[in-house]
Design a protein around this ligand. Structure first.
Ligand SMILES: Nc1nc2c(c(=O)[nH]1)N[C@H]1C(S)=C(S)[C@@H](COP(=O)(O)O)O[C@H]1N2
Ligand SMILES: [Mo]
Length: 218
């Protein structure tokens, strides 16, 4: 028995996650031949898709609010957000409208590091994301926590442009890109799943490109 290290809420919670195998979605490694999901085609450019309202949020007005089933709800301003560990990822984009784009280099805060800070409660199983344009989207917490998940502030070493969701967007590369909320302002941790904008309009609650989960009947 080791009794030197006092059991804190954090260590208890992390041990519980490990025991439950929570957040073990991890990096999804696939054979190169499996890289392009069914029904997708490759593009070299980067299309812009949104509801047509591209909010202009200066970093001095920006904040990210974390609410719901977490131990440490918090509202982070731009400075506080940059105090969190910074991460780089390289990942592919798969949009439900059938384009895919390989090798996007993102910089920002990994969803893992965010979860370490806010500590989801045991009953939290889903997240609902809300953006500055009013857009919402939902996904399971385990998918939000995937190793490649990042709250991105830069793309290819340049600040993320407004049309692609700057100053900050989510990127969850193993799901269709509509789950990757641009201009993210709020993350709510939920016990039960709650449909976001496209999900209320017939899109899939999960949206796994390799299972072609485009629409809710898929
Ligand atoms: N806030 C917000 N995020 C959004 C959307 C949106 O309309 N508003 N559209 C989604 C959809 S359908 C796609 S395909 C991607 C497009 O991101 P891009 O314009 O950077 O390619 O953003 C997703 N995130
Ligand atoms: Mo999309």
């Amino acid at each position: 028995m080791t009794d030197e290290i006092p059991e804190t809420k954090l260590t208890l919670s992390k041990r519980r996650w490990a025991e439950e195998g929570k957040f073990l979605t991890g990096r999804i490694t696939r054979a190169e031949t499996d890289r392009l999901p069914p029904g997708q085609h490759l593009v070299k450019n980067w299309p812009v898709l949104d509801l047509g309202q591209q909010p202009q949020i200066s970093v001095s007005d920006w904040s990210l609010q974390i609410v719901g089933a977490v131990e440490n709800p918090v509202k982070l301003d731009w400075h506080a957000f940059h105090q969190l560990p910074q991460t780089n990822t390289l990942s592919d984009i798969h949009c439900v409208t059938t384009w895919s784009r390989y090798d996007n280099r993102w910089q920002g805060v990994s969803t893992h590091d965010l979860l370490d800070m806010v500590m989801p409660r045991p009953e939290a199983n889903f997240v609902l994301l809300t953006s500055y344009d009013g857009y919402t989207t939902n996904l399971p917490l385990a998918d939000f926590a995937s190793e490649d998940g990042i709250l991105a502030t830069a793309w290819e070493s340049e600040p993320l442009t407004r049309d692609h969701g700057g100053p900050m967007r989510l990127v969850i590369p193993h799901l269709y890109f509509w789950k990757s909320a641009k201009w993210l302002r709020r993350i709510e941790f939920l016990v039960g799943d709650q449909a976001g904008f496209w999900e209320k309009n017939g899109y899939h609650m999960l949206g796994d490109p390799w299972r072609e989960q485009r629409y809710s009947e898929d």
